[in-house]
Design a protein around this ligand. Structure first.
Ligand SMILES: C=C(O[C@H]1C=CC=C(C(=O)O)[C@@H]1O)C(=O)O
Ligand SMILES: [Mg+2]
Length: 476
């Protein structure tokens, strides 16, 4: 057991906090609508995972976690002062942005300002395909789901910040402050206990692997005979446990084992979507933008020699190079449409993750005008690393032939702050946790030279990050 402590620093800012809150209440009364109030203070460095864990009792079902591979920004959010979930399916990216903009336009901010990843922040994601009818499996998520947390710990380049958010309505009173401080105090005096009651797997089952291979074989024929060039097909694995899985335990394992990936979780109700994705969709800081082309895969070797040989093989393999190049062309075009300069290396490099290596091309651009992160998501999603080529046809074929419900798997997941910075990853190497059950997802890019057996083996490797974090059998 460890005391979370260190937070009482925040209390010395109480006067400033009350002033800010009064300003927000006045504003709400004047404007006759709700106002978002947000305070940011520096705090002693503590572990965001401890913060997340301490919030279990009070905020389970309303927590999120984010860590980028560089550990430049780590965010843990607890509770929600506002949920954004829009119903206009075909314009969902722009609708989410509109709701977010309306909320932050009039926000009253106090304490530290303009710090990336702090203050009012929207965290959440979109499903892969808004046109696929939602199954029971994903009904808690819908086709988009975002939170503005009540309390948030951000570690930005090594410094910790605590953000406290509150929605003030015209009829609210400054008493609101007392409630908020009480909640924060309860939280900050909580004890960290990651729990010993570790879940164990009692059943591990691949869903319809033979049917999946059959679909891959048909898709290869379709690619050979039509204008379809590439199609990403996913499959599912189901796990059943003896106890409910605690998302903080899984996050902790992912953070240790998947150092080169984005580690994330998003809870809603009794469900948690969780994963460790090596693939960035888009990052925006100021007017710089970054995207990642990640497609083409091979196993890691057991020895350094074998690993180097496999890496060399991947870098020179025609099938994987073609699979990769489709992604580079598409992301390159999307970035060029809004950037004054775009930098794309001529040839892919290797990205080595714990269980797999990929062909990797980072893309960097300078925006030539104000472009929002949501506009970029709309342009990019789904890239041919998740959908296929041509884009619309690929999404339609996936909807028709894939047996599973992707839900948030392979969709954009991430955050944006009120200053226009943000980052979204593609939610692969992920699982949906539902009490004593979990659904894992893994897909791969089918091209003309694919084979059903080869792609089946590739997806088996892609299950490993989540399987390992959940204590599954890796068949090694
Ligand atoms: C769709 C997935 O991976 C994509 C990302 C990297 C490499 C891929 C590949 O080589 O097929 C996939 O396009 C997944 O992990 O579920
Ligand atoms: Mg592949």
């Amino acid at each position: 057991m460890e005391r979370i402590g260190g937070f009482f620093l925040a209390i010395s800012h109480e006067t400033e906090l009350i002033e800010g809150l009064k300003a927000a209440l006045d504003e709400a009364k004047r404007k006759k609508h709700k106002i978002l109030f947000s305070e940011v203070v520096e705090v002693d460095n503590i572990s965001p995972l401890s913060f997340y864990q301490v919030g279990r009792e009070q905020y389970i079902g309303e927590r999120f976690f984010w860590q980028d591979p560089n550990k430049d920004i780590i965010i843990a959010g607890l509770g929600k002062v506002e949920k954004i979930q829009v119903s206009a399916a075909d314009s969902r990216f722009m609708e989410v942005e509109a709701s977010w903009t309306a909320l932050i336009e009039n926000a009253v901010k106090t304490g530290i300002l303009e710090k990336e990843g702090t203050g009012p922040l929207l965290f959440g994601g979109f499903s892969f395909d808004h046109n696929k009818s939602n199954s029971l499996l994903w009904d808690q998520f819908g086709d988009n789901l975002f939170y503005i947390p009540a309390f948030m710990l951000s570690i930005v380049k090594g410094q910790a910040y605590l953000t406290t958010n509150l929605i003030c309505s015209p009829e609210d009173h400054v008493q609101l402050f007392i409630k908020m401080i009480n909640e924060r105090d309860t939280l900050l005096s909580g004890s960290v206990n990651f729990g010993n009651g570790h879940h164990e797997i009692i059943e591990q089952r691949e869903i319809a692997p033979e049917h999946w291979k059959y679909t891959v074989a048909n898709t290869i024929e379709e690619i050979k005979g039509t204008d379809l060039k590439k199609l990403v097909l996913a499959r599912e694995m189901r796990l059943i446990f003896n106890h409910s899985v605690l998302s903080e335990q899984v996050l902790q394992k992912l953070a240790v084992e998947q150092q080169t990936s984005f580690v994330f979780s998003l809870e809603t109700g009794s469900d948690c979507f969780i994963g460790a994705s090596p693939e960035r969709l888009i990052k925006k800081t100021g007017n710089e933008m970054f995207s990642t082309c990640l497609a083409g895969s091979i196993a890691r070797g057991k020895t350094k020699q074998e690993d180097d040989r496999l890496g060399y093989e991947l870098l020179h393999d025609q099938k994987n190079l073609v699979e990769h190049q489709y992604v580079v062309s598409m992301i390159g075009e999307a970035m060029k449409s809004v950037c004054s300069s775009v930098n794309i290396p001529k040839a892919p490099a290797l990205m080595k993750n714990r269980h797999i290596q990929h062909l990797y091309t980072p893309v960097k651009g300078m925006c030539n005008r104000f472009v929002s992160i949501f506009e970029m998501i709309e342009k990019l999603h789904p890239t041919p690393a998740l959908g296929g080529l041509p884009k619309e046809k690929a999404v339609r074929r996936i909807r028709e032939v894939e047996q599973l419900e992707r839900g948030f798997y392979s969709g954009p997941i991430g955050w944006t702050d009120s200053y226009g910075n943000g980052e979204f990853a593609v939610a692969i190497r992920s699982a949906l946790l539902q009490g004593k059950e979990a659904s894992l997802f893994a897909g791969c890019g089918i091209v003309e030279d694919s084979t059903p057996e080869g792609e089946y083996n590739e997806t088996s490797i892609k299950f490993k990050p989540m399987l390992s974090a959940l204590g599954g059998n890796l068949h090694e």
